[in-house]
Write a protein that binds this ligand. Structure first.
Ligand SMILES: [Zn+2]
Length: 191
């Protein structure tokens, strides 16, 4: 499997608290980042101004995420583009080495116990690598509208005399049922 473009190797950053490096990344994405209606599409670039900083617990990443999402107006289906500009800060903990051989229930180190409650929310390094994907996805989604509109007062389809209805798929209600599905009619469906 291809290596994720969101994995960033911090090997240039000395693991000594206070050390800091800055990078400008152009991530050409291969899968949509966003939501169904509005997303940065594959082939587009997400720009990330990244600063990584060594701290006692691991590596602190501070980033500015810039991109353009595209999608459709939820009222009139007109194509829209949506600028994204968002910051995030994420702490990537050094791996807890005692955890590697421990079984998941019993024998975690006391350090792991301390952070157990939030463990699902924590990000860990893998070797020198940090995975920026969850933080970047969150940053993008945070910037998106749930119901994107081309303009705030978009009149929608109705008032445009159906001009845009051609975007909608044709209704095929008169199509006779496919023979292959006919047998399913008698199939007892459980509620
Ligand atoms: Zn619209």
């Amino acid at each position: 499997m291809a290596r994720s473009i969101f994995i960033f190797n911090t090997h240039d950053l000395p693991h000594r608290a206070g050390e800091m490096r800055e990078y400008q990344l152009d991530l050409k994405i291969t899968e949509p980042v966003g939501v169904d209606l509005l997303a940065v599409k594959p082939g587009e670039v997400i720009e990330v101004d990244l600063r990584v900083q060594s701290v006692d617990e691991g590596v602190l990443a501070t980033a500015r995420v810039m991109a353009t999402a595209t999608g459709e107006c939820t009222r009139c289906l007109k194509p829209i583009s949506w600028p994204i500009d968002e910051n995030f800060t994420e702490l990537y903990y050094y791996e807890i080495s005692t955890n590697k051989s421990a079984n998941k229930r019993g024998s975690k180190s006391s350090k792991a116990d301390d952070i157990d409650l939030e463990e699902d929310d924590l990000s860990f390094m893998v070797g020198d690598e940090i995975d920026l994907e969850p933080a970047i996805r969150d940053a993008v989604i945070l910037n998106l509208a749930v119901n994107p509109l081309c303009t705030e007062d978009c009149p929608g389809l109705e008032e445009k005399q159906g001009e845009n209805w051609s975007y909608l798929p044709e209704v095929e209600s008169e199509t006779p049922a496919d023979q292959r599905w006919a047998a399913l009619k008698d199939f007892p469906l459980k509620n």
